[in-house]
Design a binder for this molecule. Structure first.
Ligand SMILES: Cc1ncc(COP(=O)(O)O)c(C=O)c1O
Length: 401
């Protein structure tokens, strides 16, 4: 075993990220000095409003939108709920026949749970299957669209567990060609700031973003709503955010979120080149050094920072606990599923056996990680896995598929 190291190696950036120093600095005045209510008419309020307006421009610019197409929320979950429930209810009000919603079986709970709620209210929801790599093939969506009945299609931009990036432009395109007036929503919580996104060019009507996934603070997020789309509010009150999301704005959170988006736009190139290279180094090093290991998800259509593996004959949760003893933070996948102690619905949906699911581990890196950290992590992981396999009555070689 390598000697225990005190420094923490954070490789769980898909769960949450560190607030950047520049973001923190930008937020500070809004916590202490610029404390006015952005709806107030005096200069305290005006300064707070100016901070929100600046953030709206910064968020919009990252995804090729206009500032008036950005609605601030409390995060990805609220954006997803707003996108789904609000549009569904608004469409149903104008045309009761349009009660069909189409999604995939690998969405985040922030999509699946509101859809379950809508099923109870009379909507029909189709959960499309994906390939073993996690890709939704556009023909499958095409086959289930109805010109007269489809209200909404919601397909995640990139998966939070296996990191697969969907062919979003093709999926949005087929939705608009074969789905009548159906709207196309994408949960882009894992993709924004990691891969280039242009909502207009990609044909997206609604897009969910979360601040804490891109080095901004928690408690802030946004929904992009293409100009002209009718939505019903989910939170009623003072009418903030163009009547769509009442409640005094989380000014410091929004300001930090905006700054994080501005920096993320400058760092897209770093993700495309440096982070991707580091990820590929991590992947090849693991596959070379750890027997009976396998990369999950897509080799080519994958988030720059995601590496997801199955290590046969070990339990992913044991790995996380042992890695933590060496100061390395990793995950089995979705933080939400971990709490529920349920096998991942994503890995089930891509067709993994129980053993393939339990032996899985996600390492999600970022620009802050170094080659040295990766070398250390792989060496620790290799020793831990060998030790766990020695203790296990089932040898990996007999259980590998
Ligand atoms: C794909 C996806 N959607 C939605 C969410 C929820 O975002 P938030 O934590 O901002 O509520 C997450 C968080 O892990 C996610 O990965």
């Amino acid at each position: 075993m390598p000697a225990e190291r005190k420094a923490t190696i954070y490789m769980d950036n898909a769960a949450s990220t560190r607030v950047l120093d520049e973001v923190f600095q930008e937020m500070m005045p809004y916590l202490r000095d610029i404390y006015g209510n952005p709806s107030s008419l005096h200069s305290f309020g005006i300064k707070a409003l100016q901070g929100i307006n600046r953030a709206r421009r910064q968020v919009a610019s990252l995804i090729g939108a206009k500032p008036n197409e950005i609605t601030f929320t409390s995060g990805g979950t609220e954006s997803d709920n707003l996108a789904i429930k609000s549009t569904a209810y608004a469409i149903m009000e104008s045309d009761a026949k349009r009660n069909l919603i189409i999604t995939t079986s690998i969405e985040h709970e922030a999509i699946l749970e509101p859809l379950k709620h809508l099923e109870k209210k009379g909507f029909e929801v189709i959960y499309l299957p994906v390939t073993r790599e996690g890709i939704l093939e556009p023909f499958r969506l095409g086959d289930s669209l109805s010109m007269t009945r489809t209200a909404l299609v919601s397909i995640m931009f990139a998966n939070n567990e296996i990191g697969t990036v969907q062919p979003i432009r093709a999926l949005a395109d087929i939705t608009h060609r074969k789905g009548g007036n159906a709207l196309f929503h994408s949960d882009a919580v894992q993709a924004v700031g990691k891969v280039p996104i242009n909502a207009k060019y990609q044909g997206i009507d609604l897009l969910s973003i979360s601040s804490h996934k891109l080095n901004g603070p928690k408690g802030a997020g946004a929904l992009y709503i293409r100009e002209g789309i009718r939505m019903n509010p989910l939170i009623h009150g003072g009418g903030q955010e163009s009547l769509l999301r009442s409640g005094t704005e989380n000014v410091h959170g929004i300001v930090g979120f905006g700054k994080a988006c501005e920096i993320a736009a400058q760092k897209l190139q770093i993700y495309r080149e440096d982070v991707t290279k580091l990820r590929d180094y991590l992947i090849s090093k693991i596959l070379k050094n750890i027997p009976y290991s396998r990369l999950n998800g897509s080799k080519s259509s994958r988030l720059p920072a995601n590496a997801h593996f199955t290590f046969f004959g070990v339990n992913g949760e044991d790995l996380i606990i042992k890695l933590d003893e060496f100061g390395i933070a990793a995950s089995t996948g979705s933080a939400c599923s971990v709490k529920k102690q349920k096998p991942s619905h994503v890995l089930k949906a891509v067709g993994f056996s129980y053993e393939e699911i339990t032996g899985s581990l996600r390492l999600s890196i970022g620009p802050q990680n170094t080659k040295d950290e990766i070398d250390f992590t792989v060496s620790v992981l290799s020793d831990i896995i060998a030790e766990l396999r020695n203790l296990s009555p089932f040898s990996a070689s007999t259980t590998t598929k």
